[in-house]
Design a protein around this ligand. Sequence first.
Ligand code: GAP
Length: 454
Amino acid sequence: MPTKVEMEKIVSLCRRRGFIFPSSEIYGGLSSCWDYGPLGVELKRNVKQAWWRAVVQERDDMVGMDASILMHPQTWVASGHVEGFSDPLVECKSCHLRWRSDDLEGDNCPSCGGELTEPRLFNLMFKTFMGPIEKEANIVYLRPETAQGMLVNFQNVVNTTRKRLPFGIAQIGKAFRNEITTGNFIFRSREFDQMEIEFFVKPGTDKEWFNYWLEERLNWYVKLGIKKENLRLRQHAKEELAHYARECYDIDYLFPMGWAELEGIANRGDFDLVQHAKCSGKSLNYLDEETKEHIVPYVIEPSAGVDRSVLAVLCDAYDEEQDEDEIRVLLHLQPSLAPIKVAVLPLSRREKLVAVAKKIYADLRQCWMVNYDDTQSIGRRYRRQDEIGTPFCVTIDFQSLEDEQVTIRERDTMNQIRIPISELKTTLQAKMDGESLLVLPPGGKIWKIEREEG
Ligand code: GAP
């Protein structure tokens, strides 16, 4: 059964609150291209940062890199993309809409029922020209995956970092595919971001490392706050395997349209290094210091989509609660992912109160992304923050001028504590790190209990 939220609600929230807009909207949009707005860019950055932290910063067997999008065109000959990165395309003879034939259930056009042409292969790589002359010899491709940038740099990384097997290279960056069928919001677009790892291992240890990465990557999504029951592993059947893959699993998420791929984890064997060595004439061997033999490492590749992770996080966090006669929309984002961590809300616009509130606002901004909001009732302001997933609201009232204390309200429980302003930063940090709201700093008190902590 698909997740309880419908895609329209996610699209509408993203549009309304500035997470994601259609690309070049004032010109009518550009099919399957999207612009991340002020909140979306923060959420996306936080997802990328969580990945980088888990796979690069916290590991000593991984290094990062950032390769250029345009690569030598021979790269794509060696990798098999020029020859084989194609989808079977059919066209309706009546309405001329084009479809991927392997996506179709019947033999006729899903739009008008018309007769379809025979399938022909359509290469998904975008082409452009290097330099001022648009001729065949100057064709370069916008990379369809970030992977090759790391694979062709294998020897550079070994030589400059002295990493020994097993070790990996990680990269986050743009990829481009001229997809035939797009849709489901940011799930399948023509320009997207990937987070990829090429993990180099000794042949013979590849199965063990493949299993390791399956578990590691599945757990990463759970740590991100995605519910376990909305995730699954799916093994590729033999006929489904990409040309380079010996074995492959997808990590699927239960999106509103059903189970679909979040990330692919493939055992690429020695396919890429052998191919690049052959086409470039450069040795990509590795000297095994134990056996003194030259070997070609095998590659385990966990390859995730940033945009699909963002979409899964949004779908999983979305919630609606009946609150008296209103619906409270909220995003249960964990603090590390929330675009805005804290909202500062003065109860009035009176000068003395504003001065205190603005000082707190300036102070907290040194640590986190913070919103300041002094328009409309406090209830409405809380709702606005709930809807964008802000975990904590700090309210400054007239009593704050006397007792130098403020209240912290937590998004999910709506419980409140009141604490000294001098304790605010350390208390907020502790709550973001997972401490219960009801653990109080010196001088703090419980202010309002709306519900039990879950
Ligand atoms: N290097 C291997 C590779 O690129 P892939 O399964 O084609 O493998 C990896 O892509 C991930 O990139 C997918 O699991 C998905 O998250 C993301 N991805 C692929 N095509 C996409 C598209 N058109 N729009 C958004 N994300 C996409």
